[in-house]
Design a protein around this ligand. Structure first.
Ligand code: F6P
Length: 511
C-alpha cells in the first residue's frame, strides 16, 4: 500500500532529527551534488546545492509530491480548473502569457490586444507622467518591473502610489504636471479603500488644475469593469477574477510598464515567463527548479523549524524583489488551515524578509553569520551590470555576493579564531563562525524582460508547489479581511466591544 502523507511526513521528521552530516562534508562525500542541485533554465542559473538538502530528503519529498498529487494539481492549475476552493475559482495567470488551453489563452490574448491598442493611442498623446494608483498586487509587481527594467526607457515617467498616507500621493503629484498626467487606477476589486481614496484625490488634483477631459485621462485596470465605469474611468481594461492580485502583473496592471518601456519589452517579459511555465510543466521533478526550490523551502521551515527565509538582491535594479516576494509568498502560503479548511498543526509559510546587497551586509548580515535565528538565505545576482561605470563596481558587487554564500557555508572554526585572536579565548569566541548555514544563489545572465519574466514565474510556481506539498490553498487571502472590517468600524466610530487599549487610542488619535 502507498505511504500516506502523514507517514511520509513522519519519515521526513525522522530524517530532520537525525544527523545528516554538515553541509561542507556533504560536498566532499558527494561529488555529484553540485550538478544535481544546480541547473540553468531560461538564462538563469539556479544553484540550490548549498541548501540543506540531500538525496534522502529529496527521495522523501518525491514521495510527498506523489502523495500530495503535485502533478495533478499542476495539471488542474494550467487547465483552468478550480484550484482555489474557498472562492470556487481557477487561477489563470499562466494563460496571460500564453500557457494553457486554447480558449483561455485566446481570451487572454484578446485582452492583451486591447491593452496594446490603448497603449499605442496613449503613447501618441502628450503624456509626461503616469500616476499608477494601486496597492498590494496591484502595485508591487508593476513597481518592480518599472524599477528593474524601466530606468533608462524613454516613455513617460510612471509613479506608483499605494499607501493611503497622503504623504505618498502628494509627493508623487508634486513631481507631475497635472495637464500632462495620466491616472492609471489598478484594482482587481475596484473597492480597495486606499486605492479609491488615492484615485479620488488624484482626480481632484487634476480637476483643480483645470484639466477638463478627466475621463479621457483616466484608465482603470480591474476585474470589476462595471464598477470602474460607474466610477467615471474613461478607459477600462479588464482581467478575469481568476487572476489573483499578486499574480496580476502579467495583465493590463502592467500598462504603466508598457507605456514606459514599449510593447516589445512587454512581449519579451511574457515570453520569458512562458519559458519558465514550460519548464515547470515539463521538467522531471528532480530537475524542475520551482519544484526543487519548493521542496527545499518546505523542508527548511516545515521540518527544520526555520521560520524565516532571507532574499537579498545583489543588484539595485532588483531592490524591490524582496517586497514583491513577501506578498507572493506570505499572502499565498501564510495559512492556518488546509485546502479543506481543517487546522494545520505544522508550520506553513516562513517569514520572507530581505534587502539589497551590499548594503544589507553592513546592516543585517551579522545575524545571518552569527545570530541564533536559523533560516536559508537566497542571493539573486545578475552577471552583467546595467550601468556604464567602471567594471570594478560590478566585479566587487558579485564578489561580495559569492563571498557571503561561501562564508555562510565555510564559517571559521574555533581553532582558527583562537589563533587570529592571539590566544584570547573570549575574543576567539566572538570571532568564531559556525558555518554550514544554507544558502541558494540565483544568477541571471542579464537583467532583461525575458529573464525577469522567467524569474518571476519561477517564484510563482515555487510558491504554488510549496502550497501543494503543504496541502494548502495559495490563492485566497481571507486573513486580510478582519483588519479591513475593523478599520471601517473604527472610522465610523463604532468599533463594538473595542478593547480598552484600542478605545483609548481611538480617543487620542481620532478624537
Ligand atoms: O487586501 C489584500 C489584497 O486583496 C491583495 O490580495 C491585493 O493584491 C490587494 O489587496 C489589492 O486589491 P485590489 O487589487 O482589489 O485593489
Amino acid at each position: 500500500m502507498a505511504e500516506t502523507i502523514a507517514e511520509i511526513e513522519e519519515r521526513l521528521d525522522v530524517l530532520a532529527r537525525g544527523s545528516r552530516g554538515l553541509l561542507r562534508t556533504r560536498f566532499e562525500t558527494d561529488p555529484g551534488r553540485l550538478a544535481r542541485y544546480s541547473h540553468r533554465v531560461a538564462g538563469i542559473r539556479f544553484d540550490l546545492s548549498r541548501l540543506d538538502i540531500d538525496p534522502d530528503v529529496m527521495a522523501g519529498f518525491g514521495a510527498l509530491a506523489e502523495a500530495a498529487d503535485l502533478a495533478g494539481w499542476r495539471e488542474r492549475l494550467v487547465a483552468g480548473d478550480v484550484v482555489n476552493p474557498s472562492e470556487g475559482r481557477a487561477a489563470t495567470h499562466m494563460a496571460t502569457r500564453g500557457t494553457g488551453p486554447a480558449p483561455l489563452v485566446a481570451e487572454a490574448e484578446a485582452r492583451g490586444e486591447a491593452m496594446r491598442t490603448l497603449a499605442e493611442t496613449l503613447r501618441g498623446e502628450p503624456i509626461r507622467h503616469v500616476l499608477h494608483v494601486g496597492i498590494g498586487g496591484s502595485a508591487l509587481g508593476p513597481a518592480l518591473l518599472l524599477d528593474a527594467l524601466g530606468r533608462d526607457a524613454d516613455g513617460p515617467e510612471v509613479l506608483v502610489v499605494s499607501n493611503i498616507d497622503g504623504e505618498a500621493l502628494s509627493r508623487a503629484m508634486a513631481g507631475c504636471d497635472p495637464a500632462q498626467t495620466l491616472l492609471l487606477v489598478a484594482s482587481k476589486t475596484f473597492t480597495t479603500a486606499e486605492t479609491m481614496t488615492n484615485a479620488g484625490s488624484a482626480l481632484a488634483w487634476m480637476k483643480a488644475a483645470g484639466v477638463t477631459d478627466l475621463a479621457a485621462r483616466t484608465v482603470a485596470v480591474t476585474a470589476a469593469p462595471e464598477r470602474a465605469r460607474d466610477w467615471g474611468a474613461g478607459h477600462v481594461l479588464d482581467f478575469p477574477d481568476t487572476v489573483g492580485g499578486r499574480y496580476s502583473l502579467w495583465t493590463a496592471v502592467g500598462l504603466g510598464f508598457v507605456l514606459r518601456a514599449g510593447w516589445q519589452a512587454w512581449a519579451d517579459l511574457l515570453e520569458g515567463a512562458a519559458a519558465m511555465d514550460r519548464h515547470f510543466l515539463d521538467a522531471p521533478f528532480e530537475a524542475n527548479m520551482p519544484v526543487l526550490a519548493a521542496m527545499a523551502d518546505v523542508w527548511a521551515h516545515r521540518f527544520g523549524g526555520q521560520a524565516v527565509r532571507g532574499v537579498f538582491a545583489y543588484d539595485e535594479r532588483l531592490r524591490l524583489l524582496p517586497m514583491f516576494l513577501q506578498q507572493l509568498e506570505m499572502e499565498s502560503n501564510g495559512k492556518r488551515v488546509d485546502r479543506d479548511g481543517q487546522p494545520i498543526t505544522r508550520p506553513t509559510a516562513p517569514v520572507t524578509w530581505g534587502g539589497t546587497g551590499t548594503d544589507a551586509q553592513h546592516a543585517v548580515f551579522q545575524l545571518l553569520h552569527q545570530g541564533t535565528v536559523p533560516g536559508p538565505v537566497e542571493f539573486v545576482a545578475v552577471r552583467t551590470p546595467g550601468h556604464g561605470l567602471d567594471g570594478a563596481h560590478h566585479r566587487q558587487l558579485l564578489a561580495n555576493c559569492l563571498a557571503q554564500g561561501a562564508a555562510l557555508m565555510q564559517g571559521r572554526d574555533a581553532a582558527t579564531a583562537l589563533s587570529l585572536a592571539g590566544g584570547d579565548a573570549a575574543l576567539a569566541g566572538a570571532r568564531t563562525f559556525p558555518g554550514n548555514r544554507p544558502s541558494a544563489t540565483i544568477l541571471l545572465d542579464s537583467l532583461d524582460p525575458r529573464t525577469l519574466g522567467a524569474l518571476l514565474a519561477f517564484y510563482e510556481h515555487r510558491t504554488f508547489a510549496a502550497a501543494v506539498l503543504m496541502g494548502i490553498n495559495p490563492f485566497d487571502q481571507w486573513g486580510v479581511e478582519l483588519g479591513k472590517e475593523l478599520a471601517n468600524a473604527v472610522l465610523g466610530g463604532g468599533l463594538a466591544g473595542a478593547d480598552p487599549s484600542t478605545a483609548a487610542l481611538m480617543r487620542e488619535a481620532l478624537g
